[in-house]
Write a protein that binds this ligand. Structure first.
Ligand code: 13P
Ligand code: SF4
Length: 347
């Protein structure tokens, strides 16, 4: 039963003490989130993993790219475990290294040495390594603006992987018009741009988050009609139209802080992952909080980490036979770390 699983998790946690460090992303299910020693958005979690020098085992309740990042940033004797290997990220899977290695020479032939690559942390370690090798940086939704500004101070153009929406929304906020944004289509292996190629400032990899794309202009119209006093706040992985028609847009951390600081009685429709929205609804019963999309939008891969998988991973650690260890090959890790360090130096 759930109660029995929770009891066994508590016993193992107590037994292993500081040897074990459980990290939980804000999108995790409550049943798992409750057992995390530290919770956060993806940037906070990578910083906390890097700062922990005591734990022999870091159990990452999040998705695969986050566990890879933790492995890259932690000491070599610390082992990172992902409770369910199927917890991937469909966005990260939209850019693979073969596609990127094919795209780069074409972009170089079009633009010469005027491009710097940036990648959202929601990407594979190999993509981060590619970016590190070419002197770029990673970004998260909470520092995208600073990192994009940094990149423009280095080169005239940016290749932004793999989330076109975060890239577009961030560049637009910094004053780049849509007419100076091109798309890289990794399936067709071609640049999509109408106009003079010299004008291109940012090349957006054609990837997206299938959770955040579920928030639509129709949802916004409906909320505006049904609840005229409601504020709409969305994550920048939502489409440009949705971000433009919302009142506020920002990272997971920004959304949480905004709702926490909002006055009692205020009304909020939130466009982000379901577990976080539900948590905010319950934590703020003095405010009216709803999901922007009434059907709620779960990240199915995040949700694969559940009580049975958490217990299983802890029991295997306790027995000295850990499963689902995430180990990034050292050559890849070294280059990926460069890209991560370039970002971490800015925040
Ligand atoms: P942040 O935690 O950086 O806001 O990212 C959101 C997300 O989609 C994680 O996959
Ligand atoms: Fe990936 Fe989107 Fe899920 Fe985040 S919410 S892990 S970007 S699929």
């Amino acid at each position: 039963s759930d109660e029995e699983m929770k009891r066994r998790i508590r016993i193992i946690k107590q037994k292993l003490g500081a040897q074990l460090y459980i990290l939980g992303h804000h999108y995790q299910k409550d049943e798992v989130y409750k057992f995390a020693d530290a919770v956060g958005d993806s940037l906070q979690l990578s910083q906390m993993a890097a700062e922990n020098k005591k734990a022999a085992y870091i159990v990452f309740c999040g998705v695969h790219f986050m566990a890879e990042t933790a492995d890259i940033l932690t000491m070599s004797n610390q082992r990172v475990v992902l409770p369910d290997m199927r917890a991937g990220c469909s966005m990260a899977d939209m850019a693979n290294i073969e596609q990127t290695e094919k795209a780069w020479p074409i972009l170089q032939s079009l633009f010469g040495d005027t491009i710097i690559p940036l990648t959202y942390v929601n990407s594979t370690a190999e993509i981060k390594a590619f970016v590190g090798k070419h002197h770029g940086a990673t970004v998260t939704s909470s520092n995208a603006k600073e990192v994009v500004q940094w990149a423009f101070s280095k080169k005239q153009r940016i290749l932004f992987l793999p989330d076109q929406h975060l890239g577009r929304n961030t560049a637009y906020e910094l004053g780049v018009p849509l007419s100076e944004m091109a798309i890289w289509d990794p399936i067709e292996n071609e640049l999509v741009f109408d106009g003079d190629i010299e004008d291109v400032k940012i090349i957006l990899w054609k990837g997206h988050c299938s959770v955040h794309e579920n928030f639509t202009l129709k949802n916004i119209e409906h909320v505006r009609k049904a609840h005229p006093n409601m504020n709409i706040i969305v994550h920048p992985e939502c489409t440009h139209d949705v971000v433009q028609h919302s009142d506020y847009a920002g990272s997971t951390k920004y959304i949480m802080e905004t709702i926490e600081q909002a006055p009692s009685g205020s009304e909020w429709a939130i466009g982000t992952e379901m577990n976080l929205v539900n948590r905010l609804i319950h934590a703020h019963d003095d405010k009216k909080v709803i999901s922007l999309n009434p059907y709620m939008c779960p990240c199915l891969t995040m949700n694969r980490i559940d009580l049975p998988h958490l217990l299983w991973s802890l029991e295997m650690i306790d027995k000295g036979t850990p499963i689902n260890e995430i180990k990034v090959e050292s050559e890849v890790a070294e280059l990926a770390q460069k890209a991560l360090n370039n970002m971490l130096a800015m925040v």
